[in-house]
Design a protein around this ligand. Sequence first.
Ligand code: ATR
Length: 494
Amino acid sequence: MLCLTLTGSTLEENRRLVEQNRKWISLAELRLDHLNADEQKIASSFPSTVDLPVILTFRRKSDGGACSVSEKARLQTLYETAKGDYAYVDIEEDVRKSDLKFKDPLQEQKVDLERSLRDRGVRIIRSLHDFTCVPADIYGRIAKLASKGDIPKVAVTPKSMIDIISLFRVQAELSQVKDKIIIGMGEFGICTRLLYKKCGSMLTFCSDTQAAPGHLSARTMSELYRADRVDEKTHVFGIIGNPVYHTASPRIHNPGFDAIHYNAIYVPFLVDSVRAFFKLAEMLQIHGFSVTVPHKRNVQPYLGRITREVKQIGACNTVTRIQNMWKGTNTDYYGFLAPIAEEIAQGAIRTALVIGAGGASRAVVWALHNHGIKVTILNRNEERARQLADETMSNYDSLENCNLYSKKFDLVVQTTSVGMDPNLDEDPVSAFAFSGKEIVYELIYQPRETPFFKRATKAGCRVVGGSEMLLEQGKLQFEAFSGYHYPHWIHPEI
Ligand code: ATR
């Protein structure tokens, strides 16, 4: 179940949020602490106006909320509002039993909130928040919260892959607790939100307003990731990197799986330790994953087999599980070649100038070299260019001399980060002149038109953009992961 956290300041605003998100959500959480004081007074009527099960929550500042009244006043308001038709009421783990007894003008004796909720069939969510870490005794604490038949909720902050493993182990440790809510907040926790069912969590929260650190929108959760449809048979794939959330790969793979009705999800994993991730991959039976900076080299000690390209380039961007071992391939290599394959086959590309000698350049230079193309490498750091040139029998020079190489090559490939944010206005080879006849390849895809790209287009060159390579390498990964061709009718937004 996807639960929309409602943080509007009026009930009307919250009703609008429900309507905007209705097709993706199963329930909503009304956050009393975000409502105006006047609206709080009439919030008991809210559930009957939205036709969805609603969780009532009045969150203190110390638990990440906005409530600043005294604890007594907070609980009194919670008590009054809970008289409405709420399906769940959230009560923090440290609230004492004695503080949940209230005088009511209609009753002779004090009313015990917990008992009255249970009598009315309202489930209590017992919540624990930790914005600093995942507590060491988390399984014991969840079991304790669950002991009275309530729903335990833990919203904690993983700070490493090891913490993520602890959260995914909750289900194995506490399978007897059927209804529970497990949330990893913050940057590391996003994978636990997307794979909430694998943590044994009955629901996950979402919002358009980042109501809590790491929230994704209901639309992204449901339409892009189909997180609410993950089941026992779902194949889990993903991408590891640090940083990782900027990558376009989830927007390539998830719509592809959906289009061919393949029960799979592709999740970004922020990874600080590759070793710990391989443990998680075993636990979750991950079938394959993409690898991005800075792990393209780091994964290699864990691979049982690697292809010639991985060995040559020294980088692996795709890992798949083959016969109980991990196999490393490099689809950047083939993805780069795909848009110019015909020209290579026809012998129209015999010489190439490659600008840059970093990680991306290695895949490009090896791909060209292996196809008999004579390469010249230009780099700011000449020593780095020399090393790659030595390995691939290429020529090399300093980037400063780029004007000497004008109009001499069939193909010119730009592999540096110059032209990307924050160097959006820069061209790494502004003194280089195009003939207009060469094919020009700009590996940068964000932004699509760098100064280098624009200059080559203006000179009349055929210009290949980085998004073509990105998509081609993604399609090859898709085939390696699923065994199916990428659906040709899908055009991912990257
Ligand atoms: P990637 O994996 O994207 O290739 P990288 O391995 O860090 O990233 O390589 C970055 C490339 O961009 C290198 O060729 C780098 O040149 P140096 O080896 O001289 O560092 C090049 N690069 C980055 N910033 C540059 C700049 N301002 N001017 C020229 N080249 C630059």
